[in-house]
Design a protein around this ligand. Structure first.
Ligand code: FES
Ligand code: FES
Length: 159
């Protein structure tokens, strides 16, 4: 079995898996990072969204080979103490209902804010359109994205 090296949440890791194994299963089953959720398995819901070298990707359809020698950030790696602006905004706005989709929503939002510091409603819609929420928390998500953008600016380190 080939060995695949990558950096996950700032830590160098090495996993012995078939290179075609979806990144989602490597994160959840091999690295016990279960904050990334399995929703549809076919790139339709966004529950499995993680950050791969600065882009939001669907871990359920991303072979682990694509992450070789690259940086992956999951919800667990956003901050050690929930201090990331997106996490703070999510708490302030009490966004989650059942919570299942939310780590994907948060990861997609953090990538969005790293690219566009103050996104418009339309830009938020475009960036998060692939992240479905069966509980319909979309209005709170939009509010929280704006709040996270404010908090990041106040922090002086938009990301
Ligand atoms: S589980 Fe990956 S997009 Fe739905
Ligand atoms: S909070 Fe329930 S699926 Fe989004």
């Amino acid at each position: 079995m080939p060995s695949i090296a990558m950096t996950v949440n700032g830590k160098a890791v090495r996993v012995d898996v078939d290179p075609s194994t979806p990144l989602l299963w490597v994160l959840r089953d091999h690295l016990q990072l279960t904050g990334t959720k399995y929703g549809c398995g076919i790139a339709q819901c966004g529950a499995c969204t993680v950050n791969l070298d600065g882009d939001a990707v669907r871990a359920c359809v991303t072979p682990v080979s694509r992450a070789a020698n690259r940086h992956v950030t999951t919800i667990e790696g956003l901050s050690p103490d929930r201090s990331h602006p997106v996490q703070r905004a999510w708490l302030e706005e009490q966004v989650p209902q059942c919570g299942y989709c939310q780590s994907g929503q948060i990861m997609a939002t953090s990538v969005l804010l790293s690219k566009i510091a103050r996104p418009s409603d339309e830009q938020i819609h475009d960036a998060l359109a692939g992240n479905l929420c069966r509980c319909g928390t979309y209005p709170r998500i939009r509010k929280a994205v704006h709040r996270a953008a404010e908090l990041a600016t106040e922090d002086g380190k938009p990301r």
